[in-house]
Design a protein around this ligand. Structure first.
Ligand code: NAP
Ligand code: MG
Length: 511
């Protein structure tokens, strides 16, 4: 094994955008890292053949956009353009909705439920068969580590189709005595942090319930949705049941506000969620919104500390922290705070940041330059407002959008880094003394998507979990997902649930 020698490295402490990470306070806070050395273990990209240009997937066929416009999707780890993507317009959205409406009326809603189930099983199986292709494509397009796309995103996406296939012919059991029916055409808009997984969360329950779909992926990560279109063709899914319209947010809005759309499902920022709720107000559409979060990961003094350190690391550095349910606020009991922070820094020093295609990588690339700038701006605000920044002295690749794992201590609840969703590898640590204080601080947020509790005491888990205003509460673990478990938020994290039987209800009309 040869020691890992990256070709070109940026000096420690300097981020591509300059920003807070290169501020004097940050540089002086840099610490020495443990001298881990790993041989490169790059995943091959040969399994994937990315075409130079992609069209829209409408009515079972690839179509050029009506006005011929395109955008480009990039590899965030190298800044290399990957492909030209059709920039769908409202006129393209109109065609897709028309195809979906026809497919619902003539085919999908009339199909025997067990036949619908067969298509979903087939889709799941093909996704499993093509899982490496999906994982490599996802990592190239989004910047997330291949280990995560391979072991989390793709298997979970396939599991969602498998799980909801099981419900397709059991809808009467999902809502006993209510004769459930499909709603019609569903409009779905998804973000860039889990592109394939969010597609699966949206499309699998919709199809199982007998609806047809028009989905818009995020502009920076359209490739796995377009690969999924190929899976639909391979599964011989009837034309028009799934339609993928790539394009800007305004095209997303024209899909969602179209009167033929019976139900809207959105995952993304709270700001856009609010616009969507306003845009469809009064139209009588069903709506589920999965928005942002600012989760508290609460570590009590009796917790198994090393396990808690792992959980906190996973909570904030999984997917570079670009996770709506990320544990971005560490609440640590004062009596163990010094020791816990010391162990956390040691562990952060061993995180490997870099090439997402390398199987050793823990923290990959930030999804876009815009997101890098947003993270850097919020980190700068943390320094300016008086919190103490610490970053491990790891090297960053010279190209691509990378951000050093960051820990803030001395954080006040009023600081922006404690209130706003950063959506990056940045953890804000706050201390507490009593259980009541922990709960009050955990709930002191406009969001309410998730939370974590670390303690050896079962009764404390039950007590605290019941008092946290968060849709998902993990105990002695974090960022665990399962198709059978509902997921969703309180307050500005949105409303409605995805996953489980609750996720199915959102796609059904009960009589
Ligand atoms: P975003 O603007 O909400 O984008 C999410 C999706 O909505 C994308 O497909 C986007 O399309 C689309 N969109 C944008 N404007 C729209 C509009 N007016 N009407 C309908 N659809 C619209 O989120 P973002 O810009 O990707 O990220 C911004 C922040 O949102 C992040 O920093 C993070 O705080 C939060 N976020 C949360 C989640 C989550 O899972 N809760 C996920 C992603 C981001 P385009 O890609 O074409 O713009
Ligand atoms: Mg991309």
């Amino acid at each position: 094994m040869s020691p890992r020698k990256p070709p070109s490295r940026r000096p420690a402490g300097v981020t591509p955008t300059g920003g807070a990470a290169s501020a004097p306070r940050a540089a002086s806070a840099l610490a020495a890292t443990t001298p881990w050395s790993y041989a490169p273990a790059p995943e091959s990209r040969e399994i994937v053949s990315i075409r130079p240009r992609y069209g829209l997937f409408i009515d079972g066929r690839e179509r050029a956009p009506i006005d011929g416009e395109v955008t480009v999707t990039y590899n965030p780890a190298t800044e290399e353009p990957l492909a030209e993507i059709a920039k769908g317009s409202p006129a393209d959205a109109d065609r897709a909705i028309e195809a979906a409406e026809r497919a619902h009326r003539k085919v999908w809603s009339r199909l025997a439920p067990r036949e619908r189930a067969k298509y979903l099983y087939r889709i799941s199986r093909i996704m499993q068969e093509r899982s490496r292709e999906f994982a490599v494509t996802e990592t190239l397009d989004s910047g997330k580590p291949i280990r995560e796309s391979r072991d989390v995103d793709v298997p979970l996406a396939a599991a969602h189709f498998w799980y909801y296939a099981g419900w397709a012919d059991k809808l009467d059991y999902a809502v006993p005595g209510r004769s459930p029916e499909s709603l019609g055409v569903v409009g779905q808009v998804i973000p860039w942090n889990f592109p394939l997984l969010m597609l699966a969360w949206k499309i699998a329950p919709a199809l199982a319930a007998g609806n047809t779909v028009v989905l818009k992926p995020a502009s920076t990560t359209p490739l796995t949705a377009l690969l999924f279109a190929d899976v639909c063709r391979q599964a011989e899914l009837p034309d028009g049941v799934v339609n993928i319209v790539t394009g800007p947010g305004s095209t997303g809005m024209s899909i969602l506000t179209d009167p033929r759309i019976a139900k809207v499902a959105f995952t993304g920022s709270t700001a856009v969620g609010i616009k969507i709720a306003q845009g469809i107000a009064g139209q009588g559409k069903a709506l589920t919104l999965e928005l942002g979060g600012k989760a508290a990961n609460i570590v009590f003094d009796d917790a198994a500390l090393d396990q808690a350190v792992e959980g906190v690391i996973n909570g904030i550095f999984f997917n570079q922290g670009e996770v709506c349910c990320a544990g971005s606020r560490l609440l640590v009991q004062e009596s163990i705070a010094d020791e816990f922070i010391a162990r956390l820094r040691d562990r952060m020093g061993t995180l490997r940041v870099g090439d997402p295609m390398d199987k050793n990588t823990d923290v990959g690339a930030i999804n876009s330059r815009d997101q890098m700038e947003k993270i850097a701006e919020l980190v700068a605000s943390g320094v300016a407002e008086g919190a103490d920044l610490w970053q491990p002295a790891c090297d960053l690749p010279s190209r691509g959008w990378f951000f050093r794992p960051t820990l803030f201590t001395g954080v006040a609840q009023s600081h922006r880094i404690a209130r706003e969703e950063i959506f990056g590898p940045v953890l804000a640590a706050i201390t507490f003394r009593t259980i009541d204080e922990a709960i009050e601080k955990a709930n002191n947020t406009a969001y309410g998507l998730s939370a974590g509790i670390w303690t050896e005491k079962g009764s404390r888990i039950l007590d605290v979990a019941a008092r946290l205003k968060a849709g998902v509460v993990w105990a002695n673990t974090f960022n665990r997902f399962d198709p059978t478990a509902p997921f969703g938020g309180y307050k500005e994290s949105g409303y409605g649930r995805e996953g489980g039987v609750q996720g199915l209800h959102a796609y059904l009309r009960m009589s």
